[in-house]
Design a protein around this ligand. Structure first.
Ligand code: SF4
Length: 406
C-alpha cells in the first residue's frame, strides 16, 4: 500500500527544473552572479543583491534520494575527510570529484560554480568546512555568519550580534555582485520570504486534520521551493496551489494514508534513500507521520520586511536546530499536542549529531513528560551503510503493535 500522491507535485517539479536550469545558465553564461548558501543562511540578502542562489544541502539530499550518495563518499574520505562527518558534505564533494551530478537531468553538466560561498553556522560548523573546500578549489571568497548554537533564551544581545554580522557581510557581497544593496529590494525579498514561510506553515498545518491530507514523506518532497526559492514570488504561487489541494482533501476527508489509524511525529533528518520504502511501510500499518522537526525548520516566523537585518538575525537564532534541549523539548511537546500524535519517532543520524536529538536523553524525557511511546531508529541522511532495513522494520512494526495495544 502506498500513500496517496498529491496532484500539485507535477507543478513543483517543473518549478524546481526551471530554477536549476536558470542557475546552470547563470553559471555557464555569466548572466548573473552565483552564490552558494547554506539552507538556513542569508538567502534574502543574496537575492536582493541579484545573486542566483544555490543550496548544496539540497544537492546532498538529491544525491541521497537518488541513492547515488554511497558511490561518492569514499572519494571524499580518501581526501582525509572522516567517515563520521556529514554525509551530505562527503557525498557532495565526492560527486564533484567524480565530475557527476543528478542535476544532469536539468541539463547541468556540473554543479553551478560559485562566485561567493556564504555559510551560517546556526545549523552546524561543518557547512563552513564544506564551503571552504570549494573556496580553495575555485579561489573564490567564503564568508558567513558565526551564529550561536545551544541557544536558551533568544536575547536581544544575541540577535544584535548576528544582525551586526549580517550588515558586515554587505560590502563583501556587493563587491562580488558588482552592485549596491537596494534597501527597498531587500524589504521586498524579505516580505516574499515571509509570505512563503507563512504559506509553508499553513501547508504543514493541514496535517493537524484527521485524517491528515499529507505526511512527512510528502513534506520532504514539497519543501523544495521553501528551501531553494524563498524570497521569490514563484514559491508563493506554488504553495497557494498546494494549499488549495490540501484544503480540498480536508474538506472531502481524503487521507494521505488510507484508513489512518495512528499518527506519529518524526524528529531528525530524513533517510533520503529510504523515503519511499518507509512511506510504504507506515502506510501498510495505516500509520501517518503527520509532523516533523525537519519540515518545520523552514518556517521563519521572525522575518519582517520592516526590519530586515534584525528579523533575519532573529530567524537565524530561533532556528530549532540551534536551540538548547529545553526549548527544543517545548517545541516538540507543542507539536505533539497540536497534531494529536500517538507516538514520536527519533532518527539518530550517524553523521549528523547536530540534528539528532537522541544523544542527551531527550527521548526518555519526552516519553515520561508526554506519556506516549517513543522509538529511536539508527540511520543516516545519506550514508545507507548506517541503516539496517531489517532492524528498522522490526523496530517500527513492534512500535506500532505497542500503539495498537494502547
Ligand atoms: S546540519 Fe547535519 S546534515 Fe546539515 S550540513 Fe550540518 S552535519 Fe550536514
Amino acid at each position: 500500500m502506498a500513500r496517496k500522491e498529491l496532484a500539485a507535485t507535477g507543478a513543483m517539479k517543473e518549478l524546481m527544473a526551471t530554477y536549476f536550469r536558470d542557475l546552470g545558465e547563470a553559471a555557464e553564461k555569466h548572466t548573473a552572479p552565483v552564490a552558494w548558501c547554506t539552507s538556513v543562511g542569508p538567502a534574502e540578502l543574496l537575492r536582493a543583491l541579484g545573486f542566483r542562489v544555490y543550496f548544496p544541502e539540497n544537492h546532498g539530499a538529491l544525491l541521497g534520494a537518488t541513492r547515488r550518495a554511497n558511490a561518492y563518499l569514499p572519494r571524499t574520505h580518501a581526501l582525509g575527510y572522516s567517515p563520521d562527518i556529514c554525509s551530505y558534505l562527503c557525498s557532495d564533494i565526492g560527486a564533484y570529484l567524480a565530475g557527476e551530478t543528478p542535476l544532469d537531468r536539468f541539463g547541468l553538466e556540473r554543479v553551478p560554480r560559485a562566485d561567493v560561498l556564504v555559510f551560517n553556522t546556526n545549523q552546524c560548523g561543518e557547512v563552513r568546512d564544506w564551503f571552504e573546500f570549494y573556496g580553495r578549489e575555485w579561489d573564490v571568497p567564503v564568508v558567513g555568519l558565526v551564529s550561536p548554537r545551544s541557544v536558551g533564551e533568544v536575547s536581544p544581545r544575541i540577535v544584535d550580534d548576528v544582525a551586526g554580522q549580517l550588515e558586515d557581510l554587505v560590502p563583501a557581497l556587493e563587491a562580488v555582485a558588482g552592485t549596491a544593496l537596494d534597501a527597498g529590494r531587500l524589504e521586498r525579498t524579505v516580505g516574499l520570504s515571509r509570505e512563503c514561510t507563512d504559506l509553508w506553515r499553513e501547508v504543514l498545518e493541514t496535517a493537524a486534520h484527521r485524517p491528515a491530507p499529507m505526511s512527512f514523506f510528502d513534506g520532504c518532497i514539497q519543501m523544495g521551493p521553501a528551501v531553494v526559492l524563498r524570497g521569490t514570488g514563484e514559491a508563493c504561487v506554488y504553495y497557494r496551489t498546494l494549499l488549495a489541494e490540501l484544503e480540498e482533501r480536508n474538506g472531502a476527508g481524503v487521507a494521505a494514508v488510507e484508513g489512518e489509524r495512528f499518527r506519529l511525529y518524526w524528529d531528525g533528518m530524513p533517510i533520503w534513500g529510504k523515503l519511499r520504502d518507509l512511506s510504504n511501510l507506515f502506510a501498510r500499518f495505516h500509520t501517518s507521520v503527520v509532523a516533523s522537526t525537519y519540515c518545520n525548520s523552514w518556517i521563519f516566523e521572525a522575518l519582517d520586511p520592516a526590519d530586515p537585518f534584525r528579523s533575519m538575525a532573529r530567524a537565524s537564532v530561533e532556528l530549532f536546530i540551534a536551540r538548547a534541549e529545553g526549548p527544543k523539548e517545548c517545541v516538540i511537546e507543542a507539536m505533539a499536542a497540536r497534531y494529536g500524535v500517538d507516538g514520536i519517532l527519533f532518527h539518530d543520524a550517524r553523521t549528523c549529531p547536530h540534528n539528532s536529538n537522541t544523544r542527551y536523553g531527550m527521548p526518555g524525557r519526552l516519553r515520561r513528560r508526554l506519556g506516549i511511546p517513543v522509538l529511536t531508529i539508527d540511520g543516516d541522511l545519506n550514508d545507507l551503510r548506517c541503516y539496517s532495513e531489517e532492524q528498522s522494520r522490526t523496530s517500527i512494526e513492534g512500535f506500532i503493535e505497542q500503539l495498537a495495544e494502547g
